[in-house]
Write a protein that binds this ligand. Structure first.
Ligand SMILES: NC(=O)c1ccc[n+]([C@@H]2O[C@H](COP(=O)([O-])OP(=O)(O)OC[C@H]3O[C@@H](n4cnc5c(N)ncnc54)[C@H](OP(=O)(O)O)[C@@H]3O)[C@@H](O)[C@H]2O)c1
Length: 259
């Protein structure tokens, strides 16, 4: 068994996932980094950043929506390290086009739901089973699963219905996983980002610049991937050991309901 704990991060090549992977490498984890493509510039840069922090980097190509591919990926990680301590279900997509609810297509709905909800749920199920088995074998083992959802789990956007529905579903998945897995010694957390400056929000940068300036976000700034990386690092350090099923909303106060 690997002498360092091992973190698996989906959607690690860019944005939030990349920052989370770097933070976990700094916290002493070896990193199994998942993205659709192994060869992207993002994965190469991440590999260097991880190794700079003295951690091992294991890049894996996987489309998270391919549930029949999960088994082989999990086996490969276990073959290499003999353990998985920390899973961050981060991979996710926005709809290819923002269409009004009344124009939403079944194709777009299925794409978003398969990547944002079905894929992460079954990937987490597979890894949870391995974590239970590892927990029976090893005494010094503190497994954690994190689901990266979105403020869209509770905020309505009528031109991104499928995204909001997928994140609301993933939020409930996080609750049910935490409920079922607490007796297995596995802690589960939901990390719910607000408006974060990444490739995902490039297309709507001007719109959000304006809305943020006008006070939509109480802290009056964009979130950065590092804001999410820091929160996940805090979970990984064990700062929240007497908690599970908790939601970390990292949105500069977007969660505040105002009159
Ligand atoms: N940015 C925001 O404002 C914001 C706010 C709330 C929540 N979130 C959530 O945070 C997570 C990360 O978002 P981000 O802004 O960092 O996005 P991003 O910059 O677009 O990065 C998305 C990541 O997910 C990976 N990915 C996409 N589809 C995948 C698939 N089918 N299988 C495996 N990996 C896949 C991408 O890999 P490739 O490089 O291989 O494509 C990439 O690493 C998402 O779940 C998103 O919904 C983002």
């Amino acid at each position: 068994m690997n002498n360092k704990p091992v973190a698996v991060i989906t959607g690690a090549s860019r944005g939030i996932g990349k920052s989370v992977a770097i933070s976990l490498a700094s916290e002493g984890f070896d990193i199994a980094a998942i993205a659709r493509s192994l060869d992207s510039e993002g994965m190469k840069i991440l590999g260097k950043e991880v190794e700079k922090r003295g951690a091992e980097f294991f890049p894996i190509g996987l489309d998270i929506s391919c549930t029949s591919c999960h088994k082989e990926v999990v086996s490969n990680i276990l073959e290499r390290y003999g353990r998985i301590d920390f899973l961050v279900n981060n991979a996710g997509v926005a709809p290819l086009q923002r269409n009004d609810l009344l124009e939403m297509t079944e194709e777009s709905y299925d794409r978003v739901m398969n990547i944002n909800l079905k894929g992460p749920v079954f990937f987490a199920q597979k890894i949870a089973k391995e974590m239970i088995w590892l927990g029976q074998k090893f005494s010094d083992y503190n497994p954690v699963i994190v689901f990266v959802t979105s403020v869209s789990a509770t905020l309505s956007s009528t031109n991104r219905t499928e995204y909001c529905v997928s994140k609301a579903g993933l939020s409930m998945a996080s609750t049910v996983f935490s409920d079922r897995l607490s007796k297995e010694g596995i802690k589960v957390f939901e990390v719910r980002p607000g408006i974060i400056r990444t490739d995902m929000t490039v297309k709507v940068k001007d719109k959000y610049d304006k809305m943020i300036n006008e006070g939509l976000v109480p802290q009056k700034r964009w979130g950065l991937p590092e804001d999410i990386g820091k929160a996940v690092a805090s979970i990984a350090r064990g700062d929240w050991d007497f908690s599970t099923g908790m939601v970390f909303e990292i949105s500069g106060g977007l969660n505040i309901h105002k009159l």
